[in-house]
Design a protein around this ligand. Structure first.
Ligand SMILES: NC(=O)c1ccc[n+]([C@@H]2O[C@H](COP(=O)([O-])OP(=O)(O)OC[C@H]3O[C@@H](n4cnc5c(N)ncnc54)[C@H](OP(=O)(O)O)[C@@H]3O)[C@@H](O)[C@H]2O)c1
Length: 144
């Protein structure tokens, strides 16, 4: 897919990204912000006690990473201040993985999953459970 096709596909879309705090997740997030910034809204599902804590993880832990150093701070601040980019608390391993509903949650067009359990001590069926059982639940809620 060319950059133009990606931009057309994601232009005006509401995107839900999981695992944005992880290694490939940060790379995907950086690529989105750099090459597909025409999205309408970008929601990150991050593990945290509540949405406020998830938002803090986004600003203090994720966006402070060197991967985002080339972005215009003013542009990023504006997107955060206007709610075009925000984080919600969610844990794919919990029985209620998607967190509470909030504005924009029901309008997700594109779900990008970068979350994964990378513990080699967990049984294979548990790691598959995260992706195949709980991720569809997140998708169902996000697109309901
Ligand atoms: N590392 C690489 O070079 C690389 C390259 C290509 C593909 N991959 C693949 O990418 C995936 C992630 O690997 P990684 O090495 O990047 O691991 P990582 O940095 O630890 O990232 C894992 C991500 O998943 C999130 N996560 C884990 N369990 C979760 C849960 N129950 N609910 C919600 N989010 C959860 C983590 O969030 P927290 O911040 O809350 O822990 C983190 O954002 C794996 O499938 C791996 O095979 C990795």
């Amino acid at each position: 897919m060319t950059e133009g096709q990606v931009q057309r596909r994601l232009g005006g879309a509401t995107i839900l990204l999981t695992g944005g705090s992880g290694f490939p997740g940060k790379a995907v997030l950086s690529a989105l912000l750099t090459h597909a910034a025409g999205f309408e809204r970008l929601i990150l599902l991050l593990r945290a006690d509540d949405d406020a804590a998830a938002q803090r993880r986004l600003t203090e832990e994720v966006l402070s990473n060197d991967a985002f150093a080339a972005l215009s701070p003013g542009w990023l601040r504006d997107r955060l201040a206007t709610g075009r980019i925000y984080a919600v608390a969610g844990d794919l391993a919990s029985e209620e993985p998607a967190g509470p509903q909030r504005s924009g949650w029901g309008e997700v067009d594109v779900l990008i999953n970068c979350a994964a359990s990378v513990s080699f001590e967990e049984p294979l069926d548990w790691t598959q459970y995260l992706e195949y059982v709980h991720l569809p639940e997140v998708h169902r809620k996000a697109t309901a």
